[in-house]
Design a protein around this ligand. Structure first.
Ligand SMILES: [Zn+2]
Length: 399
């Protein structure tokens, strides 16, 4: 409670109202001012984030299409080998059918011959029997009547009977072999029927596979078109992301240069910096051009990467004033410090920031906790040194 309110009184209230309005205005102006100061940084960070999200989405879409296409191409190859197998089967059955037809033709000829042979022998037998009968007295009968005794008669009858039996036997053989050939021919004809129906079903299968393959090809072509579009979209998104990153880097560089003009810049007068990440000594990636494991392109590595344990201390390498302490999608949570005389340092991928912009820091002061935020594959400290806005090899400044 304010004393003024306790005192009360109309005129005072009016005065109070004016003060409240003025206060609100002042706060509003302050908020607008603060926001307009922060806006470029916020909008730049979110522009990079948005561009990165769009790039990742475009990449995902492209990968999805590629996976689908790979599966379709695999399926196509599978159907294609099925078709080849069926084509081979059709060729084989067609050859079998040709053989069977030839066999049937051969059997038909054999049968014709056998029938002719049978007919001829039959004719011969009939003729012989007729002659025997017609010349009964001189042939069979003569033979029979010529018997001298009953036993002789029986013997002679047997002989005549044997002749007839022999003829019949030969004839039977002819008929039998004719029957065998006929059966064989019929078997071949039945085989041909089966082979024909097999051929028809194989041809149907072949036709269906050809239709399937055509459809698959259409799908693959469509996906190839989609893939081209997605690849273009991805390339554009990647370019946009790189552009936004470049702008973000420029913004950092601008701030670093700007900070040099400020009167509160401390004075780094040369000499070695202290090691920024005492938990690690191993440099996993040096300063300079390198193949990037995530973007798969050659690019300038702006600093050195020092392997760290997660959550360990990150130190200010020299006395200075914090210029930037914020997040962006590449650096993650990062800090930049102005050491004066044109020198700035930058510490990226932290899990936690312990200082704020404008804050004065001492050499060796804990400014952050190590982490793997932003464009990073594991906990490490990415450390940069700039002189008058130009990147330096940090190893030249470290113990
Ligand atoms: Zn790095």
């Amino acid at each position: 409670m304010s004393k003024e309110k306790k005192a009360g009184g109309r005129p005072k209230k009016k005065y109070e109202k004016k003060r409240i309005v003025a206060g609100i205005c002042a706060i509003a102006v302050a908020v607008v001012f603060l926001f307009s100061c922060l806006y470029p940084v916020i909008s730049r960070a979110s522009a990079v984030d948005d561009a990165k999200a769009a790039r990742d989405k475009a990449k995902q879409e492209l990968d999805d299409i590629k996976n689908k296409k790979t599966n379709l191409v695999k399926a196509y190859a599978d159907f294609d080998s099925q078709l080849t197998a069926v084509e081979d089967e059709v060729a084989a059955i067609t050859a079998d059918i040709k053989n069977t037809k030839e066999e049937i033709e051969r059997k038909a000829i054999e049968l014709e011959e056998a029938e002719a042979n049978t007919a001829a022998y039959e004719e011969e037998f009939k003729t012989r029997a007729r002659i025997m009968y017609e010349n009964g007295s001189t042939s069979y009968l003569e033979v029979l009547f010529g018997a001298e005794s009953f036993s002789d008669l029986l013997e002679r009858m047997e002989v005549v009977g044997s002749i007839l039996d022999y003829d019949r036997e030969v004839l039977d053989k002819y008929v039998e072999s004719q029957k065998i050939i006929k059966n064989a021919k019929e078997e071949q004809e039945q085989l041909l029927e089966r082979q024909n129906s097999q051929q028809r079903s194989l041809e149907l299968k072949q036709e269906q596979l050809e239709i399937t393959l055509e459809k698959q090809q259409v799908l693959i072509d469509e996906l190839s078109d989609d893939e081209d579009l997605a690849a273009k979209a991805y390339a554009a998104a990647e370019k946009k992301y790189e552009e936004e990153e470049r702008k973000a880097q420029e913004e950092i560089r601008r701030k670093q240069l700007e900070s040099q003009k400020s009167a509160l810049a401390s004075n780094y007068t040369g000499g070695k910096f202290c090691w920024p990440a005492p938990s690690g000594v191993r440099i996993t990636s040096p300063f300079g051009y390198r193949y990037h494991p995530i973007s798969h392109t050659y690019s300038l590595h702006r600093g050195i990467d020092i392997s760290t344990a997660y959550g360990t201390n990150i130190l200010a390498t020299e006395d200075g004033v914090v210029i930037i302490a914020q997040y962006n999608s590449s650096y993650g949570r990062y800090i930049s410090i102005n050491h004066g005389n044109g020198y700035t340092t930058l510490y990226a991928h932290n899990s936690q920031l312990l200082v704020s912009p404008g804050q004065t820091v001492k050499r060796g002061q804990v400014i952050a906790k190590a982490g793997s935020t932003g464009n990073s594959t594991g906990p490490h400290c990415h450390f940069e040194v700039s002189y008058n806005g130009n990147l330096q090899n940090p190893l030249n400044y470290l113990n």
